[in-house]
Design a protein around this ligand. Structure first.
Ligand code: MG
Length: 170
């Protein structure tokens, strides 16, 4: 049996991960409208990954006989005007998600729920990578984004990203 507080936080995380997917689809659409198909591709794949994250939390709850409740997903709240806006909003969002994962980890630790801590280890590492990726995108855009050739090459680079399933299986 999962600790009640831990189970509730895990269920909330399902919604947060789906929200992340929704937010990144919003980013993808913003770039698509501008003809930056590579940036659009990058965020569409990012959205797929977030949906995978959501389903990992669902599966974990189900495996532990805990209820799964699908709550309403918020409308993406990021105001996008400049090409840089999704990138900085994405970095801030990943930092926020890291704090959420850490909060669940803390609750699991307090409940001496070692199984959940082990499950969350993958997400702790994953969030480190997500923050690095998001921060790299901001830096690349700062360096190359203001020049049309640089932007074209960056868009090509991001267009090469392909989806791969998460390394964690449950
Ligand atoms: Mg995620």
């Amino acid at each position: 049996m999962l600790n009640e507080k831990v189970a509730a936080l895990l269920n909330t995380q399902v919604n947060k991960e789906f929200y992340s997917a929704y937010l990144y689809l919003h980013f993808s659409n913003f770039y698509k409208e501008q003809g930056l198909d590579g940036f659009a591709n990058w965020y569409q794949i990012q959205a797929q990954e977030e949906r995978d994250h959501a389903m990992l939390f669902v599966k974990y709850l189900q495996n532990n006989d805990a209820p799964v409740v699908y709550e309403a997903i918020d409308k993406p709240d990021a105001q996008l005007r400049e090409r840089m806006d999704p990138l900085t909003a994405g970095l801030a969002h990943e930092q926020y998600v890291t704090s959420l994962i850490h909060t669940i980890y803390e609750a699991a630790y307090e409940a001496r729920d070692f199984r959940t801590m082990q499950f969350l280890d993958w997400f702790v590492k994953e969030q480190g990578e997500e923050e690095t990726n998001a921060s790299d995108l901001v830096k690349k855009m700062e360096l190359f984004g203001s020049d049309s050739k640089g932007l074209y090459m960056l868009d090509n680079e991001l267009g090469a990203r392909v989806y791969s399933a998460p390394s964690l299986t449950l």
